[in-house]
Design a protein around this ligand. Structure first.
Ligand code: SF4
Length: 434
């Protein structure tokens, strides 16, 4: 009997991208073949996001679009599946399976059963002990993600994540080291450790900085990155490590969300702007060239012009390399959805514009100051731009670089001079290679 084919699609964040890789390795472990074409698949699985209403609307639209493949079992997983559960059968009538983020171990057998004609299934049990391990690695990529924590219990008042991803848990440290061994053997040079709050990592007596110490000792992974950090969990030890070795890349994504302490408190963020600035100062005292990126929300309920000015002031003080910026929109099921969304849309739009202009100005000042400098770039992919073929890579500070070269391949680390800018991306000229 020919092996069953399954086609996967993924919406959302890096955590979902990693989960999709885990699902692929689980399904292959159960004898499925991963197909790149939904029209030939026996089953179609879509991993979804729930961070904003729009993300759900897009996923539901895509599921209904994919339901035209009549012969295939249609399954949905991820945060939207957890949030909406069996309500999804009304929104996507061709749907067969709904599985939340803690139920993936049961998905391969549920899909097999559905392919053999068994009825609909809803798998949305929460299980705070679940952490998924990569059993195998398909393909070879110089840069990969690895989740080390799951879930979150911070309950920021605007955020749906704790309700869909469940309680916070850390993966066993030995399991992390073993997975890194698998990735290294597949040719990976750079790993981004993932979690909603990676610095809160703790497995028995192994905290986040201890884990990094083990990774530095027990693996030869060249570049170690991590994403995302909550200011409340920042451990000074990370900056000491960054000062001691370039293998821990000098870049931290540290969402601050708002500059006003009053708004931070309504957001239930658990820190003040002075605490946040103190983290930045401590980091720069130990590693002066460290780069920071962040997330910012404008137009949160009750935000005044003065509150917004405090957000702008924070951006000027910290000088972020870049930022993800959002207009506040209420999310059903979160605490702040109960607040009056009293900042007019026009005001949200103009604040977002002002904020983005400020961030882009600072970003350009930061990258322009690097022109002429020499940087080590890990090349991770080929890109075609017009008639030119480039190799794409990143500096240790997470800045994008394009290099034109016939000598090099993804996975190589090259020294380049940063010659010019194309928007915020450097065009580099190779010096030497290894
Ligand atoms: S820390 Fe806050 S914003 Fe981040 S995932 Fe947890 S609840 Fe959401």
């Amino acid at each position: 009997m020919r092996p069953k084919k399954v086609y996967l699609e993924c919406f959302g964040c890096q955590m979902n991208a990693f989960d999709t890789e885990v699902l692929e390795s689980m399904l292959e472990g159960e004898g499925f073949v991963i197909s790149k074409d939904p029209s030939e698949a026996d089953a179609i699985l879509v991993n979804t996001c729930s961070v904003r209403e729009n993300a759900e609307r897009r996923a539901i639209g895509r599921l209904n679009d994919l339901s035209r493949h009549k012969g295939a079992v249609l399954a949905v997983c991820g945060c939207m599946a957890q949030r909406l559960g069996d309500r999804l059968f009304e929104l996507v009538t061709a749907l067969d399976i709904v599985a939340g983020p803690d139920s993936y171990a049961a998905l391969p057998s549920a899909i097999s059963a559905a392919v053999s004609g068994e009825g609909r299934k809803v798998l949305v049990e929460k299980d705070g002990s679940v952490t998924y391990r990569l059993r195998s690695v398909s393909g070879s990529s110089p840069s990969r993600y690895l989740s080390i924590t799951r879930g979150c219990e911070n309950y920021c008042s605007y955020c749906i994540v704790p309700y869909v991803r469940g309680t916070f848990r850390s993966k066993d440290a030995c399991a992390v080291i073993e997975e890194l061994g698998l990735l290294e053997a597949s040719g990976t040079k750079e790993v981004t450790l993932l979690g909603q709050n990676v610095m809160a990592y703790r497995s028995e007596d192994c905290g986040f900085v201890d884990l990094l110490g083990r990774i530095l000792e027990e693996t030869d992974i060249e570049r170690i990155r991590f994403l995302t950090t909550h200011p409340r969990d920042v451990d000074n030890g990370i900056f000491t490590l960054m000062a001691e070795t370039d293998r821990i890349c000098p870049h931290i994504h540290l969402p601050f969300q708002a500059g006003s302490d009053r708004i931070l408190s309504i957001m239930n963020r658990g820190y003040t702007s002075s605490v946040y600035l103190d983290i930045i100062d401590r980091a720069r005292a130990l590693r002066p060239d460290i780069a920071f990126t962040t997330d910012i929300i404008v137009g949160f309920p009750g935000e005044t012009e003065d509150d917004f000015e405090e957000t702008l002031a924070m951006v000027e003080k910290v000088r972020f390399d870049s930022a993800f910026t959002f207009k506040y929109s209420p999310r059903e099921g979160t605490k702040s959805a109960g607040l009056e969304d009293d900042v007019p849309v026009e005001v949200k739009k103009s604040r977002l514009e002002t904020l983005n202009t400020t961030i882009q100005r600072i970003r350009m000042e930061i990258v322009a100051a690097r022109i002429g400098s020499v940087e080590e770039i890990l090349l991770d992919a080929r890109v075609i731009k017009g008639e030119y073929q480039f190799l794409k890579g990143r500096t240790p500070h997470f800045r994008n670089v394009l290099v034109e070269s016939e000598n090099w391949n993804p996975g190589d680390t090259v020294s380049v001079v940063l010659r010019e800018l194309s928007n915020f991306t450097f065009i580099g000229e190779e010096i030497t290679g290894r």
